[in-house]
Design a protein around this ligand. Structure first.
Ligand code: ATP
Ligand code: MG
Length: 394
């Protein structure tokens, strides 16, 4: 077994010692068979959450209603889910009630695609009742059971089929594809947060264009917030690991949609909104002044790759990261915190002035002067500079 499975294998063996079954399931087994990197290992078990809690001293009940707990074992966390069936989905959003079952095949049956419905035990033995391995070898995405039923039950699977095709480069089997087209309108009923998770993965897939071809073939863009108004932008996006540059791109390319609109439509975090806005601002600053010290100072290093991406997508221009790095090396300060003075110093220097927004404005100006090398980051120099440039305003 590969290294990533080994710690989890101990958890499975402990469960087995207590006379229950446990298997690796889902994405980790699929990726192991494909020989792709495995990022998280999920365990399915015949034991109920209460039974798991009796076996392990540290169990966090994260989703008891779905039968999911986190087992802590040697400092590491493992998601352990009781075999279950999902019952009916009357609202097309989530199952009304899940039922725990004792048979792995019952559990595999509720899973979306055959490639995701394979279980493997610690000996490497495989349970594959829906011939997922065959579909994997043929690079084919196919639902478990009747495609129409499965998409009507949960339309998120339509988007998941696309994101797997984007990540894996697999083709969607004909009947599965046809059913996706038939039930596409149900996408509108999904809780948008679920859609967002899949959209982010879809946009990051290295076979993204394959997914986009399906989106156009089936006219699925009508059901994607924002993109329904600017579908062609989907074709202009290249794979990227965050929605921030995608939303920034939408703002730059469309006349009326802002990144903030996208964030709102997909209910993303404030952090993502900030990141997208930083990218948009950086783009405009770059277009106005090029890449200078002030530009590099304002753009957080974590966003450099996304900025390069954004400029490439928007204008087909290639930014040299090395240029950013060289400028960064020569910056006199890398953040406000490194300024050698603060608001208190200013108030002491000008005791006659009353507290007010002049403090922040003056600090901002000093920061700009220092970053652009017009002023040294030394108190005496700054004091002189203020006396020459900012005569008493009172
Ligand atoms: P990734 O590697 O991106 O995590 P994954 O296959 O593990 O891919 P998850 O979203 O983590 O995907 O889901 C874990 C497993 O749960 C899937 O492999 C699948 O068996 C099952 N699953 C997830 N979502 C659904 C769904 N909407 N309907 C049916 N089964 C699902
Ligand atoms: Mg997973």
């Amino acid at each position: 077994l590969p290294f990533v499975f080994q710690k989890a294998a101990e958890v499975i063996s402990i469960i087995e010692k207590h006379q229950y079954e446990a298997y690796f399931v889902g994405g980790c087994v699929r990726d192991y068979i494909i020989d792709r990197p495995i990022h998280d290992v999920d365990i399915a078990t015949s034991a109920t959450p209460a039974e798991i809690q009796e076996i392990f001293p540290k169990v966090i009940p994260v989703g008891l209603e779905h039968g999911t707990v986190i087992v802590k074992h040697h400092q590491e966390s493992f998601e352990v889910t009781t075999y279950r069936t999902d019952g009916t989905y009357t609202d097309h959003r989530r199952p009304d009630k899940v039922h725990f079952v004792r048979n792995i095949k019952e559990d595999l049956k509720r899973r979306d695609f055959t490639m995701n419905a394979i279980a493997m035990n610690v000996k490497g033995e495989i349970v594959d009742p829906f011939e997922g391995r065959k579909d994997i070898s043929q690079k084919r995405i196919q639902t478990v059971g009747e495609a129409a039923d499965r998409f009507e039950e949960d339309a998120l699977r339509i988007i998941r089929a696309l994101r797997f095709s984007s990540q894996l480069g697999f083709s969607i089997e004909e009947a599965t594809k046809e059913a996706m087209g038939k039930y596409k309108a149900l996408i509108n009923k999904l809780a948008v947060e679920r859609l967002t998770v899949e959209l982010e993965k879809l946009c990051a897939g290295i076979f993204y264009t394959k997914a986009v071809d399906y989106i156009f073939e089936l006219e699925l863009y009508h059901y994607l917030p924002i993109f329904k108004d600017v579908p062609l932008l989907l074709k202009q996006i290249e794979p990227v690991s965050s929605l921030a540059p995608v939303f920034a791109f939408v703002e730059l390319k469309s006349s009326s949609i802002t990144a903030a609109d996208c964030v709102k439509a997909y209910k993303c975090s404030n952090q993502l909104k900030q990141q997208a806005n930083i990218l948009v601002d950086a783009y405009h600053r770059y277009k106005q002044c090029g890449i200078d010290a002030w530009f590099v100072y304002l753009l957080p290093e974590e966003q450099w790759d996304f900025f390069v991406y954004l400029v490439k997508q928007t204008d087909k221009e290639i930014i040299n990261i090395q240029e950013l790095r060289n400028i960064q090396k020569r910056l006199s300060i890398s953040s406000k915190k490194e300024l050698c003075l603060n608001g208190h110093d200013l108030m002491q220097w000008f005791p006659e002035r009353t507290k007010g927004k002049w403090i922040k404005e003056l600090l901002d100006e000093i920061e700009y002067q220092i970053v652009t090398s017009k002023l040294a980051n030394e108190k005496s120099k700054i004091k002189d500079w203020i006396q020459w440039n900012q005569p008493d305003q009172d």
